[in-house]
Design a protein around this ligand. Structure first.
Ligand SMILES: Cc1cc2nc3c(=O)[nH]c(=O)nc-3n(C[C@H](O)[C@H](O)[C@H](O)COP(=O)(O)OP(=O)(O)OC[C@H]3O[C@@H](n4cnc5c(N)ncnc54)[C@H](O)[C@@H]3O)c2cc1C
Length: 395
């Protein structure tokens, strides 16, 4: 069977790619499908923090999954306005209304996929890529359910992407190990749920961790819980590797959690580095398959935003007949996605390399961009400082 594009993976990156295709080129979207190896609702290890950038992308797509999650009421999203960053005894706090909405990824991704299906997406669940090979102008895609000929293949198949492995030249990936467990919130030890705040503890950098420990509130609708996690980005791969498990056990004990490490979950966070290859003729990568940022590992917003660049690239390929995707990496790098990853990479190298106070790094990444009215007020007050006579009433 022939399709214009096959998108592999029904996570935020894959679904966003299709939704953007549908927004800008509905006919192309009609002849494109998403193949997903799982059946929704499927699980995905994640802190579930959906930031304002992600909600902006969804709003522009007119996809209201967060509201419908709330209205459904069986899968509430928790709104968090306070972020607390710790580094030893130093603490920095940021406040912005609804900075994050914490969701169960299982429900968020399901709602996103349903929104796309309601707009006409042909979603093939329980179908996975088995083999891929190139013919003269197209690709032959073999799955457990059939064979397809396509002009464009989008790898949105996550951190351990098969599309990347099969279609890109071999490159060692930057995979940050993580551990996460969810425990009931204990008000004697955990203030995050009641205060609706997120804690990012960067103190273990002092022991060589190139990452942090997080404590974020979450809920399954019945139990108030906290997701506790740890990540080591290894942006300085040659430096000694700390014992991540030991650090995490110690941090959990401080909160009276003594669960067997065998009950923890683990999944790598893949980060992008500027020499990574993101395209080949007829093939592009999005989301985790391409790579996210190595300072804090936020990826839902980036994956949603990758989808827009991918869709524009696919549309241009069909318009010009050029399916080389030679400029795809350049498009990513000059888009807000690439610029954000590049800024976070610089910050990660500095703070995990001992050249920057991690609290300054966190502030640079998370402090809300001032809006234009705030900037105007600041400019005006600076002008009045320099020209005090202008503020006096001329009358
Ligand atoms: C522990 C942890 C905590 C995190 N916390 C946060 C957070 O709080 N906030 C945040 O913004 N980001 C967070 N992230 C990052 C975020 O989870 C990812 O960046 C995001 O899920 C990437 O979306 P994606 O669509 O690229 O990939 P995924 O969400 O992984 O989706 C890929 C999809 O492809 C499917 N697939 C895989 N192989 C095949 C195949 N061969 N054929 C067909 N389908 C296939 C999978 O089943 C899956 O549905 C966290 C990550 C980890 C590991």
């Amino acid at each position: 069977m022939d399709y214009s594009a096959i998108i592999v993976g029904g996570g935020p990156a894959g679904i966003s790619t299709w939704l953007h295709l549908q927004k800008y080129a509905p006919q192309l979207a009609e002849s494109s499908i998403v193949i997903e190896k799982a059946i929704f609702p499927r699980d995905k290890l994640c802190g579930g923090g959906v930031c304002i950038w992600a909600t902006d992308v969804l709003t522009k797509l007119k996809v209201d999954v967060l509201t419908s999650l709330k209205v459904d009421n069986n899968v509430p999203s928790l709104s968090v306005s306070d972020l607390e960053f710790r580094f030893g005894k130093e603490i920095d706090r940021l406040h912005q209304p609804n900075y994050f909405r914490f969701v169960k990824r299982q429900d968020f991704d399901h709602a996103l996929a349903k929104a796309a299906v309601n707009r006409g997406l042909e979603l093939h669940e329980d179908e996975m890529i088995i083999d891929l090979f190139r013919t003269q102008n197209n690709l032959m895609v073999t799955t457990n359910k059939g064979k397809y000929t396509v002009q464009v293949l989008v790898g949105g198949d996550g951190a351990l992407s098969t599309v990347r492995k099969k279609m890109m030249p071999f490159q060692k990936r930057h995979l940050a190990p993580t551990f996460q467990l969810i425990a009931p919130s204990d008000p004697d030890y955990d203030s995050e749920f009641n205060k609706r705040k997120t804690v990012v503890d960067l103190t273990p950098i002092k022991e060589g961790l190139q990452g942090y420990v997080w404590h974020v509130p979450c809920s399954n609708g019945k139990t108030d819980s906290i997701a506790h996690g740890i990540v080591d980005f290894r942006v300085w791969p040659d430096r000694p590797r700390p014992d991540m498990k030991k650090i995490f056990i110690r941090e959990l004990r401080k909160r009276n959690i003594h669960q067997d490490p065998k009950t923890w979950s683990s999944h790598p966070i893949p980060w992008y580095s500027e020499d990574d290859i993101l395209s080949q003729p007829n093939v592009i990568l999005v989301g985790d398959a391409a790579g996210i940022e190595p300072a804090f590992g936020g990826g839902i917003h980036l994956s949603l935003a990758y989808g827009e660049v991918a869709a524009q690239s696919i549309i241009d390929a069909f318009r010009t007949g050029d399916f080389s995707f030679q400029d795809y990496t350049q498009r990513i790098q000059s888009h807000q996605v690439g610029q954000h990853i590049s800024k976070c990479t610089r910050i990660a190298r500095a703070m995990y390399g001992g050249k920057m106070n991690p609290l300054d790094g966190a502030r640079e990444v998370f402090a809300p961009e001032p809006d234009s009215s705030t900037m105007m007020r600041e400019l005006l007050s600076r002008y009045l400082e320099l020209h005090p006579q202008s503020s006096s009433d001329p009358e």
